[in-house]
Design a protein around this ligand. Structure first.
Ligand SMILES: C[S@@+](CC[C@H](N)C(=O)[O-])C[C@H]1O[C@@H](n2cnc3c(N)ncnc32)[C@H](O)[C@@H]1O
Length: 254
């Protein structure tokens, strides 16, 4: 018998966001996203010497790529149980020597108590769904988790509210006798973007099941995000011009 370590209940309760999406996330998006994260962040994580921080690790795309590209320890931060389940399944399939370099933190980053653990942080496809208040807490926590001089590579949220409804159809995928499909429908609602994710599974006889999950997104321009990050001690890193990604570095205190 192992004693249960009692902790003050300071953490927010477990979130069930992504409870629907997790089932469809990898089958509909993993292949394209895998290439994308390697292209966007592969060279940067390869330079890590202290550690790599994957903020909003999801099902593990950036985490797995970082373990392959870098020799440094990896910190995968993922609060949603459904997404973390896929992440853990992926990690379980790794050789033990690779797995011992990655630690999974089942909280939002601002609750993970990570201090000076990494010199490279990646935050891919995560910030868009955080409210301005949650972003503020995140910037502060990233500043604490990085060593001075460490860098953050961040996929930017949409720059503005959509003028009309946007439909993004995910390419259908075959699994045995079934076809999996999905689409995102994004529309403006006040100062936020209402995002409805619809998923379906079809068999020979027609639609077998359908599911929907709703997300909210807050737009922010690149300049706004840079301003916010500057207030938390970050400065833009020159030489990174991908319009979807912002690269910043944490100022040294000296
Ligand atoms: C859209 S998913 C993207 C997952 C992964 N980065 C990818 O691109 O495949 C965003 C993830 O961020 C996580 N997340 C949300 N707020 C977070 C926070 N404050 N700290 C860390 N992760 C967070 C969510 O639980 C979710 O799994």
């Amino acid at each position: 018998m192992h004693p249960v370590i009692a902790r003050a209940p300071t953490f927010r309760p477990q979130t069930d966001s992504y409870a629907v999406t997790a089932e469809f996330y990898d089958i509909l998006q993993a292949e394209a996203d895998e290439r994308r994260v390697r292209h966007l962040y592969g060279r940067e994580v390869a330079k890590a010497r202290v550690g790599v921080l994957d903020i909003g690790a999801g099902t593990g795309r950036v985490t797995l790529m970082s373990l392959a590209e870098s020799q440094a320890d990896v910190y995968a931060v993922e609060p949603a149980r459904a997404m973390r389940t896929s992440l853990m399944t992926r990690l379980a399939a790794l050789p033990a020597r690779q797995r011992e370099r990655v630690t999974v933190h089942p909280h939002a980053l601002d609750e993970a108590a990570l201090y000076a653990v990494a010199d490279v942080a990646v935050c891919h496809n995560t910030v868009a769904c955080l409210s301005p208040g949650a972003r503020n807490a995140l910037w502060h926590a990233i500043g604490a988790a990085l060593v001075p001089g460490g860098s953050l590579f961040l996929q930017l949220p949409p720059a503005q509210l959509p003028a009309r409804t946007i439909l993004r159809v995910l390419p259908e995928q075959r699994v045995g006798e079934h076809t999996y499909g999905g689409r995102m429908v994004m529309s403006t609602a006040g100062n936020r973007i209402h995002t409805r994710a619809d998923y379906w599974v079809r068999g020979a006889e027609g639609v077998l099941r359908e599911h929907t999950e709703t997300f909210w997104m807050w737009p922010a321009s690149r300049a706004q995000v840079i301003d916010d990050l500057e207030r938390h001690g970050f400065v833009p890193l020159p030489g990174h011009d991908d319009p979807a990604v912002l690269a910043v570095t944490l100022r040294s205190p000296w």
